[in-house]
Design a protein around this ligand. Structure first.
Ligand code: RIB
Length: 314
């Protein structure tokens, strides 16, 4: 698929400098582990989702804040080179650029800790200053690495303007019914789905019950990104299942971000819902085949070339 976007995407969210290391195993409390392949690269769930959509060919604007420091400069120039409209980004005079320290183990699993820095200053006042950029978009992506009151304002404003609001509830935090009531699509992974609903995902019946619980809180559609198990979709009828693609994953960091960005891109070029989910499922799988949050996110051509990949049979 390489179609011209019919609508603009706006991502309102976090921007980090990711400091990543490959390790044989994730460090235990009190343990020092030796790592290799140190990387400083742009990250943050907001920036990653913007990069995923832009790399596919989407028209994407990223709204957020960085510090007036060298990490901020490095991240800014790389996001701009990725084709993202960064004209609304602000540099904070006091707070540093947010950072994430990431360990990636031999199985591609990660452990991440984050210092939000300037992401904590993504306020509703800031969003008012850049409102014309929000108004230009019809698809809006939100996550949970900026202040909750800002996310709530953004969801309410955008839903009120008839925009499609997609919320990636990551990292897992308690969410108000008020916020969920403004969300068109919520995209929890298994941990987030379970934490949001208090339902352990022991089997398919429990997964369905958890999705139903989110719908009763006001969300219109749940897209549960379940890692190796693939993707589950629930909008009130049956739980639809899209098995995962069988790829050799080396780093799962930002696979969820890749999914969200690709989903928004697919909607922006007019793909029907189930094709958009399948497209995002494939893009997310491909994003795990290289090291780093954004480096292996695929282009539209790479995604098209991989569409015959086999599915996992779990
Ligand atoms: O989702 C992956 C991202 O989480 C990383 O890029 C890191 O910055 C954290 O925000």
């Amino acid at each position: 698929m390489n179609q011209k976007p019919q609508s603009n995407i706006c991502v309102i969210g976090s921007i980090h400098a990711d400091l990543s290391l490959r390790v044989s195993h994730l460090s235990a409390p009190g343990e020092t582990v030796s790592g290799t392949d140190f990387q400083l690269s742009p990250g943050g769930k907001g920036a990653n989702q913007a990069a995923a959509a832009a790399k596919l060919g989407g028209t994407v604007c990223l709204l957020g804040r960085i510090g007036s420091d060298s990490f901020g400069e490095s991240v800014f120039s790389r996001l701009q080179s990725a084709g993202i409209n960064c004209s609304g980004l602000e540099r904070d005079g006091d707070l540093p650029t947010g950072i994430a320290m990431i360990q990636v183990d031999a199985a591609g699993q990660n452990a991440i800790c984050v210092a939000p820095g300037a992401n904590a200053a993504v306020t509703t006042d800031y969003l008012h200053r850049v409102k014309r950029l929000i108004d230009d978009a019809s698809i809006v992506l939100l996550q949970l690495e900026i202040p909750m009151e800002t996310t709530l304002w953004a969801a309410e404003y955008c839903a009120g303007q008839g925009k499609l609001v997609i919320l990636d509830p990551a990292p897992a935090l308690p969410l108000s019914d008020e916020l969920l009531g403004h969300v068109g699509i919520v995209t929890p992974n298994d941990t987030e789905l379970s934490r949001l609903t208090g339902i352990p995902l022991t089997d398919d019946a429990a997964r369905l019950a958890a999705c139903k619980a989110l719908l009763t809180l006001g969300v219109k559609t749940v897209i549960n990104t379940a890692g190796e198990k693939g993707v589950y979709v629930y909008s009130g009828d049956e739980l639809a299942h899209y098995p995962a693609y069988d790829v050799a994953a080396v780093d799962t960091t930002a696979a969820g971000d890749s999914f969200n960005g690709a989903l928004a891109y697919a909607f922006s070029v007019g793909l029907p819902f189930s094709q958009a989910v399948e497209f995002a499922n494939l893009a997310a799988a491909l994003s795990t085949t290289g090291y780093g949050a954004q480096a292996a996110m695929p282009t539209a051509q790479q995604t098209a070339a991989a569409s015959c990949l086999p599915k996992k049979n779990l």
